[in-house]
Design a protein around this ligand. Structure first.
Ligand code: NAP
Length: 460
């Protein structure tokens, strides 16, 4: 019986489906996992700008939350699968063009995340002492791009703008006892700076209310459990309008309802005179950043919420309030960046797509934050990547059918462009070296924070 399958049918050992994935964070690895589970012969070639894999898991997850890094166990299993090749230290769009990737692959899947901070759009945003969340998170996590940043922790007051989990991470890292942080894989420079921190007041400011905040309850609650610190919230901010109440009512078990319970509990607590404080402010938008050569004061405008349930927006009332602070963290979310020759939606800052198929193209796909925007937790990217891979599988007949050179073709292109590729075995050497260095200090690992150091360890 002839099933129409020949030695050259796409997805068979004679003509494996060759897919290049750009980005080695959660979205990239979950897409690779889903691709390698397809009932086809598939080869996945993953490109990563840094010599080390795992993106947001290595550089975004807070060091004191090691459990959230456990997905790397899955990623490692995927990376060791037959048919998977890692190309670290390779920047797509610079070291190899998208057209070259398409020449050597049947499909290219973009999963390079959303690494740029949103901006407030205020004058003085870049004054000394005013930082983006990315800078601070990248610094304490030892990201090569941010390792040399410095933060003046001699200031007693820090303000964090934004009501998301990154704001909570920043507050917790600023507040947590140094002895607890020393047991984590936090970068040494950050540990040394935090050891001498004089910060004793952290203000977390949201433009909308407690019901609209994006905190997950577990992370929020942790801020009330830090020795020597107490959380403060005004009970007035917890009085709900009918519309806010309507947002809670249908889902009594919602995160917002649980968060509100935590806030209500905190609003009745009082710390001692020696306690340091984490103060939550709601319904306030920053309108002016004041300082001569560094940030000194932040003016906030009080907001009221307008709009229907689940679509309420902050509207200024004209009334203002000022906070004096020498340290400001803008933690208001991220956005994606375009890649040369790939469609980009400038207003949403994502790659436009339909269920992961890049709009107006054949053979281009996308997953993760660059597909849908910077939302959700790490696990959200698994289901999201599966959707994209299902689209790719359904499109199999529309993809180029002739055999593609895959990893061999890619390796030749990179060699001719004189790129020093870091493969997965190289990463395992870096990994082993980092763990060994960490062990000497009672840490899970001591990350290399410079690309040169990583390349040296890879070659050792
Ligand atoms: P986010 O959850 O989107 O929060 C951004 C916050 O910034 C929101 O409160 C938003 O308010 C506010 N904002 C935006 N523009 C503003 C402006 N112009 N002025 C004042 N406030 C403004 O972003 P994120 O905290 O960066 O987190 C990104 C993603 O990573 C989230 O999905 C988060 O859950 C995830 N994450 C998870 C964990 C974890 O699971 N442990 C840790 C870190 C991050 P509006 O709501 O009014 O827009």
């Amino acid at each position: 019986m002839n099933l129409g399958i020949s030695a050259n049918t796409l997805g068979t050992p004679g003509n494996p489906l060759q897919v290049a994935i750009v980005g080695s964070g959660p979205a990239g690895f979950y897409a690779a996992e889903a691709l390698l589970k397809l009932p086809l012969t598939v080869h996945v070639n993953m490109l990563e700008r840094l010599p080390v894999p795992f993106g947001l898991v290595r550089y975004g997850v807070a060091p004191d939350h090691p459990k959230l890094k456990q997905p790397t166990l899955v990623f490692d299993r995927v990376a060791r699968s037959p048919g998977f090749t890692f190309f670290g230290n390779v920047t797509a769009g610079r070291d190899v063009s998208v057209a070259q990737l398409q020449d050597s692959h049947h499909a290219v899947l973009f999963a390079y995340g959303a690494e740029r901070d949103r901006r407030l759009g205020l004058a003085n945003e870049d004054l000394r002492g005013s930082h983006t969340a990315t800078e601070f998170v990248g610094w304490y996590n030892g990201h090569p791009d941010y390792r040399d940043r410095s933060f003046d922790l001699t200031n007693e007051v820090a303000v964090i703008i934004g009501n998301g989990n990154v704001a909570v991470d920043i507050a917790r890292i600023l507040a947590k006892p140094i002895d607890e942080l020393r047991k984590t894989d936090m970068a040494n420079r950050a540990l040394d700076a935090l050891e001498h921190s004089r910060v004793r007041e952290i203000h977390i400011v949201g433009r909308r209310g407690p019901v609209q905040a994006n905190f997950t309850t577990k992370e929020l609650r942790e801020l009330g459990e830090i020795n020597g610190w107490y959380p403060e919230v005004s009970s007035r901010d917890l009085e709900l309008s009918a519309i806010c109440q309507a947002e809670l009512d249908p889902k009594k078990e919602s995160t917002a309802a649980k968060n509100l319970e935590v806030f209500r509990n905190w609003s009745t607590r009082r710390g001692t005179a020696t306690d340091k404080r984490i103060v939550f402010h709601f319904f306030k938008s920053p309108v002016r950043l004041i300082g001569s050569d560094r940030i000194e004061r932040i003016v906030f405008e009080h907001n009221r919420l307008v709009g229907s349930p689940f679509a309420q927006l902050a509207q200024g009332t004209g009334q203002t309030v000022e906070l004096s602070a020498g340290l400001l963290f803008r933690s208001i979310g991220y956005h994606g960046l375009p890649l040369p020759d790939v469609p980009f939606d400038e207003s949403r800052k994502v790659i436009p797509n339909d269920a992961g198929r890049v709009s107006g193209t054949v053979g281009l796909y996308t997953a993760g934050w660059i597909k849908r925007g910077p939302t959700g937790i790490i696990g959200t990217n698994r289901a999201d990547a599966v959707v994209t891979v299902q689209s790719l599988f359904a499109d199999l007949n529309q993809l180029p059918q002739q055999p593609k050179s895959g990893s061999q073709g890619l390796a030749i292109t990179l060699k001719s462009n004189q790129i020093r590729v870091v493969n997965y075995e190289d990463w395992l050497r870096i990994d082993a070296r980092e763990r060994a260095l960490g062990e000497l200090k009672g840490k899970p690992r001591e990350k290399f924070t410079g690309v040169d150091e990583m390349l040296t360890a890879a070659a050792s």
